[in-house]
Every structure is written in structure tokens, then in C-alpha cells.
Design a protein around this ligand. Sequence first.
Ligand SMILES: N[C@@H](CCC(=O)N[C@@H](CS)C(=O)NCC(=O)O)C(=O)O
Length: 206
Amino acid sequence: MTRATLYYSPNLNPRLCVAVARYLQADLDYVKASPFHPRQQEAFRRLNPMTRVPVLQEADGTTLWETDAIICRLSRRAGSDLWRQDEEQPEMIRWLSWTAYHLMPAGDVHYFERIVRPTFSDIPELPQVMDMTLQRFIEYAGVLDDWLKTREWLVGTRLSYADFRVATLMPFARQALLPIDDFPQVLRHAAQLDAVPFWRDPFAGL
Ligand SMILES: N[C@@H](CCC(=O)N[C@@H](CS)C(=O)NCC(=O)O)C(=O)O
């Protein structure tokens, strides 16, 4: 019987998805993909109408896209409470939502302009856009830093998926010139995650 497949690339969300899937010891085949490549795009659209990774393709051919949904399924399948099922679930979802609507839109502009765009274009970044999103990133990193002042992990007293989600950008933050050194609790939290299996090198051996 064929196994489920996780399609991924080295970029932000697929990196997160591979790291957490491997942390959960999910029984998957991992397939590297380039869904934006003109030769792969149309075929990939059948897996995900957004033509993006990650995508989980089950053994029966059905697909699930969006990192958070994939991790929800893999966590349930593993019988793990990384994706909280109890009274801590709303708190976990608070951080997933906050990351999607606030932290990531501010930070991923810097990831894209400083890490991704230079690989295919020399169009310069727009200073107004960089300044505005940097100010937002600083404000939101401050919120996270304050929260972590009195907590080891984001939700309750143990690692949850929220910890991975808020740290999506962290492995790329210095290269993206995001001022994370101004946020000691965020750095401490990132160092804790670095000690979690697969977070530092999700692609080892794939
Ligand atoms: N909201 C989606 C975002 C998916 C997405 O934007 N994926 C990007 C990478 S972060 C992608 O597929 N880019 C093309 C590539 O990596 O080759 C999720 O959380 O999974």
C-alpha cells in the first residue's frame, strides 16, 4: 500500500510543515517540489489549486493543503497533543491566528525581499514598504516577547504547535535583517526550539 506523501520546498511554510511532521514521526514519503516552476505549475494545481506547498496527499489520492490543517491531521493521527485537543486549544489557536494575521504579514515581506527575490530578480525593495512592515514587526515581536517573559512555552507549560508556528520566520530572521536581537525572550524561545528534534535541520536525510 502506498503511503501518504508530503510535498515540500525549503521555504517558510513547507519548512515548518516538514519539521513538525518529522517531530511527530509521521509515516510519510517526502517529495521536494517547485510548484511555481512553469513546468510543474499545471500538474501541481491538481494537488493544490493555490499551486503552493506544503501539500499532504493521502494514500487514496485526496489532498490537504495549508500547513496548519496538515499538522492538525498529522498530530491527531499520531495521537499527539502537540495540536491541543483540550481546554488549551483556544489559546493555541489564538497564536496561530495572530501569527497568520499579524506577525507573518509583517515579517515575510522581509523574508521575500531579502532572501527569495534576490534569487530571481534585481528589482530593489521599496523603502516605504520595508519601513512600514518593519515597524509592525517590531511592535508584534514586542507582544511576543512580553508574553514569553513569564512563560517557558506559549501555551500552558509544554511545547505545542503554537510554539513552532510563531517561530516560522526565526530560522531566516537574521538573513532577512529582522531585528530579533532586541527581543531576548523571543531569542530564548527560539533557542529552546532549536533543541527540539528536526527544527534546526528539517531536511536532514530527505
Ligand atoms: N498559507 C499557506 C502558505 C503556502 C505558501 O505560500 N507556500 C509557499 C512557500 S512559503 C510556496 O509554495 N512557494 C513556492 C515554493 O516554495 O516553491 C500555508 O500555510 O501552507
